[in-house]
Design a binder for this molecule. Structure first.
Ligand code: SF4
Ligand code: SF4
Length: 729
């Protein structure tokens, strides 16, 4: 990874009384160090990647504190790390993106939660839910319930989040339950400040190691018959201890309001949105004061039943504001009310949206309904007309965006706004491979394509629209196992190098070899786990290679054969490595894999460095060359307006955002012509496609030379003279 986190690391060094200013996820990282963690691990993923990225670079700081940092190969290995806290009074923290990461970690989490922990354990979970999310929409809450783990959902305020990290460790130790803290996208990126404490060196650490291991204790193994006792401990001791802690330390926030006959119980993470929505009704202010009593749950599991019953007592109605489905919190509160004999009316998902992010606008409708029934003193008409006006404005905008000048007027139903999907970076090495895959399908027929998680999943969008399923990270080859025997043509499975190491090697390759499956696997070897922020993996070439000036223009991926050696070592017999940008070669090799008589696993490694990381790597090098007035060549592709016939076949094979359209300069032609704008990084795909697919000869390759040599200046001058002479007078 080429990004430096030097500034962030300085923030982590702040001491008692200093004020930290920065992002939520960095504040959490600082809080871990202030809590005396002995080890930190995890697997990157938005929105929590920053935590691990910073810690991996903060080698000096963690070395001084004796904290062990591990960049784990997947979430299961991160969760398994927490096993250190079963026997030893070691505080540990791990991080990953949920729900997908928690799914991967689930086995280890169940086996951790069963014996319980001695040292406090905290999982910092990026709850990738709602607007901007990139994974399946489910709730981490289910895991807390099923395995018996604490779940914190702190109100997004940096001081509160930091305090909750410290309480999470203490609560975990008081109850022997592992704790999870879910942080939504906005909480991670929220900026604010808090007053720091000194970082705490752990008593047992890499600097002060344990002299002896713990004694053997069968009761701490997640094995029968211990597991039967563990189940009882969870219910009879651990949950009550966790509840006692959260009540004694007032982790949930009770806010009184003058409309005492009603109340709202809300997850801490969505409480700012609720307060903003309440402002619209005039029952809250911008400083968080509410006329409606609130119970803000910084801890959403376990719930303190007595606290819920106390809050509900004497109230006519409660509203539970809970994001996502199923409504676990509401169900539990319903049981509490029933068992407490309270007749308080309970509302939640009957009024609030069942799915999607609870932003203030999403809450207005539900709050209006709640107030109409239980707070008639509030006039909801202005909010209702505001909602109507917003809906009408949306419909109008959607109609304007969708309607061509000659199209009929839109119907009253709001059409969807045009989607703005993400796409490959300019010059991405994965785009040419999909160009080749598109071309080979024109020869052999349509293929079933098992897609995967990673940048290559951008090929599911136009102009490629490839991929029939995505079953999990690194799962493409495994997901094809039930499909390929039923297909006349071979199925192609797509996997990135990140996915290969995360899961694909075992679940896919090993299984396909063991079962002697006739399968085709296409691995993108771009050198990093690019989709999560270009973190290094085991097959990332060494740093000394990356920083050698001589290697700046070379392909980094070519220097590492770990994937190929692993495949050969495990028994893959049909293995080809092809440079990603060689479209003709890739097309030929794909055709061979799809039609060869060889029955068994065929693996094509598409080799080409992630362009994003390459640009980061070479930019400072080029800037340094220019500063020394040295020669720098930039390759750029272009389209000859006179030759382009305007059929846009090049765009349907590329999708590069810098290959775009412009008005046809020929007044006798109406079709817009293709053009390459200044963003082109000269990856060469335009030329490769024009050659491989026998497109028109309108593409040209140009070299923009800064600080040219004298010979080049002379040649340039001569060319200009010749051009002037050829030009008609
Ligand atoms: S981050 Fe790298 S691999 Fe991902 S789309 Fe961009 S260039 Fe391609
Ligand atoms: S050569 Fe073509 S595909 Fe490559 S960056 Fe330039 S315009 Fe995009």
């Amino acid at each position: 990874m080429e990004i430096s986190f030097e500034k962030e690391i300085q923030q982590l060094r702040l001491g008692t009384g200093d004020t930290f200013h920065g992002e939520g996820i960095l504040a959490i990282t600082k809080a871990l160090l202030e809590s005396g963690v002995a080890y930190i691990g995890g697997y990157q993923g938005a929105p929590v990647s920053h935590l691990l990225d910073v810690m991996v670079q903060a080698k000096d700081l963690v070395g001084e504190l004796g904290v062990h940092v591990e960049a784990c190969s997947n979430e299961a290995s991160a969760a398994a790390m927490l096993g250190a806290s079963i026997h030893y009074p070691l505080r540990g923290a791990v991080t990953w993106k949920s729900i997908v990461g928690t799914n991967v970690a689930a086995d280890a989490l169940a086996n951790l939660s069963s014996p319980g922990v001695t040292g406090g354990v905290l999982m910092v979970i990026g709850e990738d839910y709602g607007e901007g999310a990139s994974v399946v929409q489910e709730r981490t809450h289910a895991y807390a319930m099923k395995s018996g783990m604490i779940l914190l959902d702190p109100r997004p305020d940096l001081q509160n989040m930091v305090d909750m990290v410290k309480h999470a460790f203490a609560m975990s130790e008081a109850s022997n339950m592992p704790a999870m803290m879910e942080l939504r996208i906005r909480a991670c990126h929220l900026r604010g400040s808090f007053v720091c404490s000194d970082n705490r060196k752990p008593a047992i650490s890499a600097q002060s190691p344990l002299a002896e291991p713990a004694g053997f204790d069968y009761g701490r193994l997640a094995h029968p018959p211990s597991t039967f006792r563990h189940e009882k401990l969870k219910v009879e001791q651990r949950m009550p201890a966790a509840r006692d802690y959260l009540v004694a330390h007032q982790l949930n926030e009770l806010r009184d309001g003058r409309h005492a006959h009603i109340g709202i119980i809300v997850q801490g993470g969505v409480s700012p949105a609720l307060l903003r929505a309440l402002q619209e009704f005039g029952v809250a202010d911008a400083f968080g004061h509410s006329d409606v009593p609130l119970l803000i749950l910084n801890v959403t599991y376990p719930l303190a039943h007595a606290q819920i019953a106390d809050f509900a007592a004497g109230k006519e109605a409660l509203l539970v504001v809970e994001e996502g489905s199923p409504e676990y919190i509401e169900h539990e509160i319903s049981s509490v009310l029933r068992r407490s004999g309270l007749s308080t009316a309970l509302h939640g998902k009957d009024m609030m949206p069942a799915t999607g992010e609870l932003n203030p606008e999403a809450m207005l409708q539900g709050l209006a309904q709640f107030f109409e029934q239980h707070l008639t003193a509030v006039d909801v008409a202005p909010v209702r007309s505001q909602l109507q006006a917003t809906l009408a404005r949306r419909q109008q905008l959607a109609a304007l965006l969708q309607r061509a000048p000659t199209a009929p007027a839109p119907s009253t139903a709001a059409p969807a706004l045009p989607a703005r999907p993400p796409g490959f970076c300019i010059g991405c090495p994965e785009r040419p491979v999909f160009s080749a895959l598109k071309q080979v399908q024109a020869e052999v027929g349509p293929l079933h394509i098992a897609a995967d998680i990673g940048c290559h999943s951008f090929a599911t969008f136009e102009p490629f629209s490839m991929g029939h399923s995505i079953l999990g990270y690194g799962m493409s080859l495994a997901s094809r196992a039930g499909v390929s025997p039923m297909m006349q043509r071979r199925v192609v499975s797509i996997m990135g190098d990140g996915g290969f190491w995360h899961n694909g090697l075992l679940t896919g390759v090993q299984s396909a070899l063991f079962n002697r499956d006739d399968a085709v696997l296409l691995i993108f070897k771009n050198g990093y786990t690019s989709a999560t922020g270009t973190q290094d993996i085991i097959s990332t070439p060494g740093k000394q290679h990356k920083h050698s000036a001589l290697d700046k223009t070379a392909s980094l991926t070519a220097s590492d054969r770990t994937i190929e050696d692993t495949l050969a070592g495990i028994g893959v017999q049909w293995l080809r490595t092809v440079h990603s940008y060689r479209v003709s070669t890739m097309r030929r090799v794909l055709r061979e894999a799809l039609t060869t008589d060889f029955r068994g696993l065929k693996v094509i490694v598409a080799e080409g460095e992630c362009q994003l990381e390459r640009q980061r790597r070479i930019r400072p090098w080029l800037e340094a060359l220019l500063a020394r007035n040295e020669r720098v060549v930039r390759v750029k592709y272009g389209v000859d307006d006179d030759v382009c016939n305007g059929d846009h076949a090049c765009m349907r094979l590329s999708g590069c955002p810098t290959l775009t359209l412009k008005d046809n300069p020929d007044p006798l032609k109406v079709d817009p012509v293709a053009t390459v704008n200044d963003g082109c990084v000269g990856c060469g795909l335009c030329g490769e496609n024009a050659h491989a697919a026998t497109l028109c000869p309108s593409f040209y390759r140009a070299e923009v030379i800064r600080n040219p040599r004298w010979r080049e200046r002379v040649v340039d001058a001569l060319r200009r003279v010749a051009l002037r002479m050829l030009r008609p007078a």
